[in-house]
Design a protein around this ligand. Structure first.
Ligand code: SAM
Length: 166
């Protein structure tokens, strides 16, 4: 039974539908004191866009080829191998991450929704960043249908979700 002493997540989750939206969050959500972790950085294209907005950024990917290519393209940026589902390994990077960006293949389809929620909950619980931005059309669609009940009026739900995922 929930009570006042129950652990509550403080992390905010920002769901984006495609890479354009994912990158558009950077100037809005990343600030100069942030230490940012990107999970699923591929060749570091977004990581390098995040860099000028924050104190430090680390790009990570499960693919050794991607990390090698990212390091060649952007030698000024730190990259590391990481499986998104190994949250302990993310902790072992030894940084106090304040923002996390997640763009891992396979998380956009509706059937991946439970994996997305499990991943977000794990990172929010273990790393406790202020915010996690994730590229997941499924989560954005689901979140757009959720209305936290606060009493009073019936809130309108956004039904205008016509853009394509990427
Ligand atoms: C769409 S690409 C990322 C693009 C990149 N974020 C950008 O903005 O340019 C998805 C990446 O997820 C990586 N990936 C897939 N499964 C992963 C996992 N379990 N952990 C970490 N990265 C993973 C892939 O290797 C791939 O590089």
């Amino acid at each position: 039974m929930a009570n006042e002493r129950q652990f509550k997540l403080k992390t905010q989750f920002i769901a984006t539908r495609n890479v354009r939206e994912y990158r558009a969050t950077i100037p809005v959500w990343v600030t100069k004191n942030d230490v940012v972790l990107e999970i699923g950085c591929e060749w570091g294209t977004t990581t390098v866009e995040i860099a000028p907005f924050c104190k430090e950024v680390v790009g990570t990917d499960i693919s050794a080829e991607c990390i090698e290519r990212a390091r060649q393209r952007h030698p000024e940026i730190e990259f590391a191998l990481l499986d998104a589902f190994d949250v302990r390994a993310a902790l072992d990077l030894g940084k106090k991450f304040t923002k996390v960006y997640i763009d891992v293949s396979g998380l956009s389809g509706y059937r991946s929704l439970l994996d997305v929620i499990a991943l977000l909950t794990a990172y929010a619980t273990v790393l406790r960043p202020e915010a996690i931005v994730i590229k997941s059309g499924a989560l954005k669609q689901f979140a757009s249908r959720c209305v936290p009940w606060r009493g009073g009026e019936r809130a309108a739900v956004d039904t205008n979700e016509a853009e394509d995922d990427e």
